[in-house]
Design a protein around this ligand. Structure first.
Ligand code: GAL
Length: 367
């Protein structure tokens, strides 16, 4: 297993605080406006643009961790924040707004990686530097993400192992506009295609949404009896949730669900893993990513040299010609929940062990 990373001081407080930001983040995005920490003045403006809000990580972790680290490193920096709600044209407008608000650094997690060149160009034409956050943009000045192909491989390896290297699966990939989705898919295929597992049907979910995952899976269940499906590759936890809803909706008992994969270590997924309803997830220690982004952004805003090694010890490298920082993903199964997301402080036992999950927590040694 990959090494784990210690993360200090992240727990229930941040999670609860962050969840309450979700609603206000969505409202801002709807009104098309940004959200700044103060009124501007002579502060250095750093823009953070995230792609969507159905996946919990963005509002619960990426945004607050980035904002906190910028505040820690820079007294006169101001963060303006936008969420595109998976809408490419909205994100283009948000970049324009950020530029008009004087952003000198644009940290951009694009809805559409391949189509983001125009946004990068506008930002660079205004004199701003662009950091591609989590999803690759070829034209960006810097890039940071987890090793996405490895994510796909790890998911597929865990699935094949849980299935004893035989049986049929449904495969649900991420949004075709997201360059990460193509990497997860390629990594997964590199394992599945030479395994004893057979892909019955495969789907590229246009917006990563749990609803689409549920509807598509329900459609497949009109062609296949649930007993013909021995496993499901779901590229992220949101989709895994949709798959579970579809299968249980079709009458499969919760304790008879086939192995299902995921990604993002969402609270609901960790609970499903403990309850035996999901086989695994991928934990990406987001503090390392968000805080490295903040370090790079602050250095750029101050006109300082960008650190070649992040505070968390990750070395700069090069990815497809762009100066990058690439982080290690971690597999989470029932056996190591305690040693990964809990030991890291990503979640506290109280976040996970609510009501019906208390017993499963105890069985897994989490209290
Ligand atoms: C990917 C990201 C995942 C997940 C997904 C859904 O780009 O790497 O962590 O958030 O998007 O939006």
């Amino acid at each position: 297993m990959s090494r784990t990373h210690r993360v200090a001081g992240i727990g229930a407080a941040i999670l609860i605080g962050a969840l309450s930001l979700t609603a206000c983040g969505a409202n801002e995005a709807q009104s098309g406006g940004g959200d700044s920490a103060d009124g501007g003045g002579d502060s250095k403006v750093i823009a953070l643009l995230l792609p969507e809000s159905k996946t919990t990580r963005y509002e619960a972790f990426d945004r607050p961790l980035f904002e906190d680290k910028v505040a820690e490193l820079c007294d006169d920096c101001e963060v303006v924040y936008y969420n595109a709600d998976q809408d490419e044209s909205k994100q283009t407008q948000q970049v324009d707004t950020a530029i008009s608000e004087g952003a000198s650094v644009v940290v951009l997690d694009p809805v559409n990686g391949a189509g983001a060149g125009g946004m990068v160009q506008s930002a660079q034409d205004s004199g701003a530097k662009v950091v591609a956050y989590d999803r690759f943009i070829a034209e960006a000045d810097y890039y940071m993400s987890f090793d996405n192909e490895t994510v796909g491989k790890m998911q597929a390896e865990a699935l094949v192992e849980a299935m004893g290297d035989k049986g049929n699966i449904l495969m649900l990939n991420g949004a075709p506009s997201d360059p990460n989705a193509a990497q997860f898919k390629a990594g997964a295929h590199s394992v599945l295609d030479s395994s004893g597992v057979k892909i019955l049907e495969e789907y590229d979910n246009p917006d990563w949404s749990p609803e689409n995952a549920q509807n598509w899976t329900t459609d497949q269940l009109s062609k296949y009896d649930p007993s013909e499906i021995q496993g499901v590759y779901a590229a992220n936890d949101g989709q895994a949730g949709g798959v579970v809803a579809a299968l249980t909706g079709a009458g499969v008992a919760a304790d008879e669900l086939p192995p299902i994969t995921g990604q993002d270590a969402e609270v609901a997924a960790i609970q499903r893993i403990l309850a035996g309803e999901q086989a695994m997830t991928i934990y990406k220690p987001i503090p390392i990513e968000a805080e490295t982004a903040a370090e790079v952004a602050v250095a750029l805003a101050n006109g300082d040299e960008v650190p070649t090694t992040s505070e968390s010890g990750v070395e700069q490298s090069e990815y497809e010609g762009v100066t990058s920082y690439i982080f290690d993903p971690i597999v989470v199964t029932q056996d190591n929940v305690a040693d990964t997301v809990i030991a890291d402080g990503f979640y506290s036992a109280d976040d996970i062990c609510t009501g019906e999950y208390a017993e499963a927590c105890e069985a897994a040694g989490i209290s």
